[in-house]
Design a protein around this ligand. Sequence first.
Ligand SMILES: Nc1ncnc2c1ncn2[C@@H]1O[C@H](COP(=O)(O)OP(=O)(O)OP(=O)(O)O)[C@@H](O)[C@H]1O
Length: 322
Amino acid sequence: MGVEICVEGLTKSFGHQVIWQDVSLTLPAGEVSVMLGPSGTGKSVFLKTLVGLLKPDRGSIRVAGRDITGLREHDLYEVRKLFGVLFQDGALFGSMSLYDNIAFPLREHTRKSESQVRRIVLEKMDMVGLIGAEEKLPGEISGGMRKRAGLARALVLDPQIILFDEPDSGLDPVRVAYLNQLIVDLNAQIDATFLIVTHDIASARQVPDNIGLLFRRELVMFGTREKLLTSDEPVVRQFLNGRMQGPIGMAEEKDAAQVEQELAQLGAGGHTKAPGSQAMTPRLLPGPGIPRPPRWEAIARREAALHPGLHPGPYGKEVADA
Ligand SMILES: Nc1ncnc2c1ncn2[C@@H]1O[C@H](COP(=O)(O)OP(=O)(O)OP(=O)(O)O)[C@@H](O)[C@H]1O
C-alpha cells in the first residue's frame, strides 16, 4: 500500500525568484494525482522538493507522517527508498543494457544475489512489456521503450510512491495511450501513491484520481478529478481545455482587461459551456484481469452520481466503453 504525502505551506525560491509559495495539498495513499501548469511554473522543482533533492524555504512535507524537510542526509536517504522516480528521458546509462540498467538500483542498494536480482528484473520488465529486450542498449530502442525501461527501473525497489516527470513527453499519441494504460494498470497492481507531472491534457483528464494546477507561483487548485474537470475557475478551465483565451498567456501573465474581454467573447460566441457544465471525460480503467483496488468502487459510484449517462450499470465496464 502506498503512503500519504501531506504538504503544508511549502515555499521554494532560488535567490530572489519565488518559484511557488504556500503550497498545501495531500496526495492520498495509493491514489494517482497529476500536477499541471504552464511551462516554468515549477512542476519539476516540486517533484525534486518532494523527494528531498531540493530544500524548501518554508513549510513541511510529511511522508507517511514524518516531516522530511528537516532531515539530515542519512535519514533522507532512508526516506528516498520509499520513492521511485521516472525522469523525463528515462535517465538510463547509455552504455549499459536494459537489463543492467534495471538491475542497477538492486545492485547498488541491496545485497541481493544475482539470481534474486534476475528474478526481480525480469518480473518488472514483464510488467512494463519489455521481455525480450534485456540485451538492448538504450540507444537502440524507441523513446516509448526507454520510458518503460525507466519505469521498470523505478519499480525494482518496490517503491511506495512513484513520481513521473512528464512520462508522455516526446511520445506519439498512441504510445501515450499505451503508457497511460500501463500507469493505471500498475497503480492497480502495486497500489503505490503516484504523482505525475504532465502537459498532456487528455492524460490528465483520464488517468488520475486528483488534479493540481500551478500558476503564477501558486497552487490554484488541487482536488478530485471531477472537481477540476467541472470547475468554473478561469485558469483551470483554460488549461484543461487547452485554450488561448483566459488568464494564461504566452509569457504566463496576461493583462486583466484582455482576459475579461476574451472570456466575454467566448461566452457570447457560444464556444463555452454554461458555468458548472464542464465536460467529464470517462476514466481510464485497469485492463482486463487486473483486480481493482477497493477505492475504485467508491470512485465509480461518485462519478456515476455526477454523470449517470456515463455509468449505466455496475461500476467499471460501461465507463471504459463510453
Ligand atoms: N537548480 C535551480 N537553480 C535555479 N533555478 C532553477 C533551478 N531549477 C529550476 N529553476 C528554475 O525554476 C523555474 C521552474 O522550473 P521547472 O523546471 O520546475 O518548471 P516546469 O514547470 O517543470 O517547466 P516545464 O513544464 O517547462 O518542464 C524555472 O524558471 C527554472 O529556471
